[in-house]
Design a protein around this ligand. Structure first.
Ligand code: 2F8
Ligand code: CA
Length: 238
């Protein structure tokens, strides 16, 4: 500050005693230098004020916080990615194991005489049982009484499986006239024999498939307590 003051005073002196163009130039240069110095001094005092120190501190803190947050995010992302990768690998391995197991079960069922059609395997069991006992037997074999979802399936059964009347997984026990499959789905297309269902002897709540000459329209309702052979179906997802 003292130096600036001197410069300024000297400048004034030079101004007073200027006599030619050189001293005029010197006066301009020194005045300019003085102004520059003044501006610098002002800036320095502003930068060193408590408020600006506080701003700087806040900015540094914010920067550190950002870096910290970024680090946390990166660490979490890497951890998440690692977990995702290991879970995916585990899932793929389980899928492969399940697939192998499924193929082995299919082969085993095939060796035992089950017939394959469109993701399912079928077997006609020739002991005679009522509808509930037949269903129970299927379930004990990891299957259920057959559910017929298409004309192809209906006709496949007649081509490949037996020559008698057999229980299928259709019943209206819960509500008379409302036919439901064993998986709880409603009957949409029925392949009833002519005149069926007729509840001829009173309560005929269960359905048989008649392995007769008609390979399509061959269902009839019968009392569930009657004994027939039965058709089980296992579905395979491999
Ligand atoms: O025993 C009941 C059963 O009797 C007949 O089949 C043998 C009836 N069929 C016809 O009348 C064509 C079934 O509808 C009936 O359930
Ligand atoms: Ca009937």
């Amino acid at each position: 500050m003292e130096i600036n003051k001197n410069i300024y005073e000297n400048t004034e002196v030079i101004k007073d005693y200027r006599s030619d163009s050189d001293s005029e130039d010197l006066y301009v240069v020194m005045k300019g230098a003085l102004e520059t110095q003044r501006t610098r001094n002002k800036k320095t005092s502003e930068t060193n004020s408590p408020r600006s120190r506080c701003y700087r501190l806040t900015a540094v803190c914010l920067c550190l916080l950002c870096v910290l947050l970024l680090t946390v995010i990166i660490v979490l992302w890497v951890k998440l990615q690692t977990t995702y990768n290991s879970l995916t690998a585990e899932r793929d391995q389980l899928k492969r194991k399940a697939d192998v197991c499924c193929h082995e079960s299919k082969e085993e069922a095939s060796r035992q005489g089950w017939r394959y059609f469109n993701s399912s395997m079928y077997y006609v069991f020739t002991g005679r049982k009522n509808w509930n006992e037949s269903r129970q037997d299927c379930r004990e074999r990891g299957a259920d009484l057959v559910i017929i979802n298409s004309r192809e399936e209906q006709e496949f059964l007649s081509q490949h499986l037996g020559s008698s009347q057999a229980w299928i997984g259709l019943t209206d026990t819960d509500s008379e006239g409302v036919w439901k499959w064993v998986d709880g789905t409603a009957l949409t297309t029925g392949y009833w024999s002519s005149g069926e269902p007729n509840s001829l002897v009173g309560d005929e709540d269960c359905v048989v498939y008649d392995f007769g000459p008609n390979t399509t329209w061959n269902w009839a309702d019968y009392p569930c307590t009657r004994n027939f052979i039965w058709i089980c179906e296992k579905t395979f997802f491999c």
